[in-house]
Design a protein around this ligand. Sequence first.
Ligand code: ACO
Length: 332
Amino acid sequence: MSILPRSVVIKGTGSYTPDTVKTNDDLAKIVDTSDEWIFTRTGIKERRIAADGEQASDMGAKAATQALSNAGLNPEDVDLVIVATITPDMPFPSTACLIQTKLGITNAVCMDIEAACSGFLYIMEVAASLIQSGRYQNALIVGTEKLSSILDWEDRTTCVLFGDGAGAAVLCPSDVPGTGLLDFKLGADGANGEVLYMPGGGSANPATGASIDRRLHFLKMRGREVFKLAVKVMEKAAKEILEQNGLNSDQLACVIPHQANLRIIELLSSRLEIPMDRFYLNLEKYGNTSAASIPIALDEAFRDERIKSGDLILLVAFGAGLTWGAALVRCP
Ligand code: ACO
């Protein structure tokens, strides 16, 4: 049962991935790895890499244009733009302001929110709450990442896992009760921050010759620890949101998980007792696109007709922070 006082629905979605494909065999030419190792450990076959000069805001603007068109809205109808990214074009202005300008949105409040791979669920709850408050009508939410810009292309333990891309959704109020975004369960645990982080580039380690020599401006990860925590927090969030809504997993038509690693998703599937064929997967093509992962998958699932009107779906993610989240959606 919905705890939200005013229904908020996903009116349209969009996604964009760059044209350049980097396969596992391509990576084996630059680091000591193999297609066999990457595919069996992660389920990833290839990923997309942004062109030189193609920024997170460019990819986000393309996904957002598609989402607005699918929602049947014009840029002037949007009064709220929220972007989730860990690879903004620059520390400021926000990527939301850059996307606003690229789309010709003239009458909106714009901000970025950072929750790494859980970012899209975080901005979805924030935007939904602001629409429910009655102060905003039409929100454009965008997850966009140029992770290739923060990967250490000499570190085989991380560079094989990630890719670039963007996804977007338009959220609007609805008069139909019990439809749209039914509930959220978000969480965070800063005590585990150092399992996945980028030490350089902020005020702690601004860019200097020494910080660059120490490779501080690249993503660092303790993969095994992240793996275990990911399964634990996603299982917890999914079980809690189902329980607090009096639902069981049989009622879910589809689960859209953060696309980080097939083995993580398989373990989640067995712990939740939801068969793998009800999980939507596209990580084989894109790798982990962080905040863009869920909205790209959501858009593709709508377009592939894996989800349709009336379906109950579960979105579930984890990311650096640590952060995590689950959302229940009844498709309008
Ligand atoms: N190719 C070949 N060998 C490799 C590679 C590679 N690309 N990477 C690591 N290895 C080696 C290691 O060096 C190690 O060798 P050793 O035994 O000689 O020391 C061996 O493979 C095993 O390494 P592990 O780290 O134990 O491998 P594991 O089975 O745990 O898989 C992986 C590693 C895929 C990173 C896994 O731990 C994982 O997926 N973790 C979660 C990562 C994740 O989801 N991160 C995203 C977080 S979301 C966000 O917010 C960005």
